[in-house]
Ligand binder design. Structure first.
Ligand code: FMN
Length: 447
């Protein structure tokens, strides 16, 4: 079998385009409609997608006066999606900065049990003072500290998920023995950020633990991914940038002593589809016309941490923006936006238009053939193992992709026609993780 693409549906309320909620066909309350997301999950499954994904942050995003706000917490929503689907993977974002390892390990173990092995965790460190203030932290948390805490968070959750060996259950009714205590392992963790006695109060789940996904692209982010991640979401604007990122992350993974094939890299693409090129461009223009640039100005000022009065809509970005090293929020996204503005000499108004489609993800308007061509080009030229599909408008953007682009990818032999596995790791071609305590035992036996 030739190497196969991996597709993840990145779902977001009415769609990824900033103005999607304003189009006549959009339901502006979709962000909290369980039925809407259940329909999308079923469409993704019809398209044999590997997974679907929900972004999140423990903070009020945006301004209710300007765009849809308020979401359902992802693990809760994914439980509802698990019950109306059978195969598609379910990836929830959760923060390592504003959760505790024990609680989060339980919740992901729960989703993996409920979904029969389809849970994934998009591990984020959550940027911004706004979220910090919801948790009694009044200072801007430093980028390096957030990643250090994330690493310890992972070490603890991995211990907790292994605290039950697979065969704890005995079920000897006659002898009155329910389980085997020798197969329970305490986390017994005392570190800089966490103290956890363990064990987890949930048996090892079908996948052992959720697929570990990561979405930071700074140096710290890449090192973290190389150590822990099995899939990586990333925003890349050009084929060249995506190739450089892909090569860099695969070599870092190799340097960590891991198989580079054990980490799947998925750049985002916002496909604006039309049956002809001009129809696709008309759709793009229609979406663009609904952008309110003054709202975009506010968003850009938050992302770049530049006062709004320094962002004149009809001028280019200010010359004296700080280097990435001084940014403590989204380092890689900051650089991507600044480089895009500078490379193409965009005014702030034009930059807002370009970011409106997918906040810095690669946006492309064209026919299904043209979108399939780009996917194939990046996939076969060392830039991607698959794609994060980010429909500009939902549900129609996902429906169109599944009806018109997926068949082309299948006909080219690049994408599955049917699911061949059951769990999310099966879809990504990854093995079920072994248990660290059993591993340690067999290592000592070998000695
Ligand atoms: C596809 C994608 C999805 C993301 N989803 C979230 C999210 O749901 N919540 C969040 O706090 N950050 C999210 N991020 C941001 C990353 O976690 C990270 O903070 C950002 O890419 C900057 O990383 P860096 O500081 O390592 O450069 C996402 C990034 C990408 C590329």
């Amino acid at each position: 079998m030739t190497r196969q693409l991996h597709l993840n549906a990145f779902l977001m309320g009415t769609g990824h385009h900033e103005a999607s909620w304003r189009l006549p066909q959009s339901d502006p309350t979709a962000t909290t409609s369980v039925a809407h997301f259940q329909h999308l999950a079923q469409v993704a499954e019809r398209g044999t997608f590997d997974s679907l994904f929900l972004a999140d942050g423990p903070v009020m995003m945006g301004n209710v006066a300007q765009r849809p706000s308020g979401v359902i917490e992802p693990l809760t929503l994914l439980t509802a999606l698990a019950l109306v689907t059978e195969r598609v993977g379910l990836i929830a974002t959760a923060s390592t900065s504003y959760n505790s390892p024990y609680n989060l390990a339980r919740r992901f173990s729960g989703l993996d049990h409920v979904s029969n092995g389809r849970a994934g965790w998009n591990i984020v460190t959550t940027a911004g003072i706004e979220a910090a203030r919801n948790f009694g932290v009044d200072e801007q948390p430093l980028h390096a500290d957030r990643y250090a805490r994330a690493a310890e968070f992972l070490d603890v959750t991995l211990k907790l998920w292994d605290s039950w060996e697979d065969d704890v259950f005995v079920g000897d009714k006659a002898a009155g023995v329910w389980g085997d205590n020798t197969k329970i392992h305490l986390a017994d963790h005392r570190g800089k950020y966490f103290s956890v006695a363990g064990a987890l109060n949930s048996p090892r789940s079908p996948q052992a633990y959720p697929l570990l996904v990561q979405a930071g692209s700074s140096d710290d982010g890449k090192d973290f991914a190389a150590r822990y991640a099995e899939a990586v979401f990333t925003a890349q604007q050009t084929l060249g940038d995506a190739q450089a990122f892909y090569g860099d992350l695969k070599s870092r993974t190799h340097r960590e002593g891991r198989d580079p094939n054990g980490i799947k890299i998925l750049p985002g693409i916002v496909p604006i589809l039309g049956s002809t090129e001009s129809e696709a461009r008309e759709r793009e223009a229609e979406l663009g016309e609904h952008i309110v640039h003054e709202h975009g100005q506010l968003m850009l000022s938050r992302l770049l941490r530049v006062p709004i009065d320094q962002l004149d809509l009809d001028s280019q970005l200010p010359d004296d923006l700080p280097p990435e090293s001084e940014i403590e929020d989204f380092k890689s996204r900051y650089s991507l936006i600044v480089e895009l503005g500078r490379r193409e000499h965009l005014t702030v108004r034009q930059l807002i238009g370009r970011l409106g489609g997918g906040r810095g993800h690669f946006t492309f308007a064209g026919t299904p053939e043209q979108v399939a061509d780009i996917i194939e080009l990046w996939f076969t030229n060392g830039a991607a193992d698959g794609f994060n599909i980010m429909p500009p408008l939902l549900p129609s953007g996902l429906e169109l992709f599944v009806e018109h682009v997926v068949p082309i990818l299948r006909d080219r032999g690049l994408f599955r026609r049917e699911y061949t596995g059951v769990t999310l790791r099966d879809h990504y071609g990854l093995a079920r993780p072994s248990n660290q305590y059993v591993r340690e035992l067999s290592d000592s036996v070998a000695i």
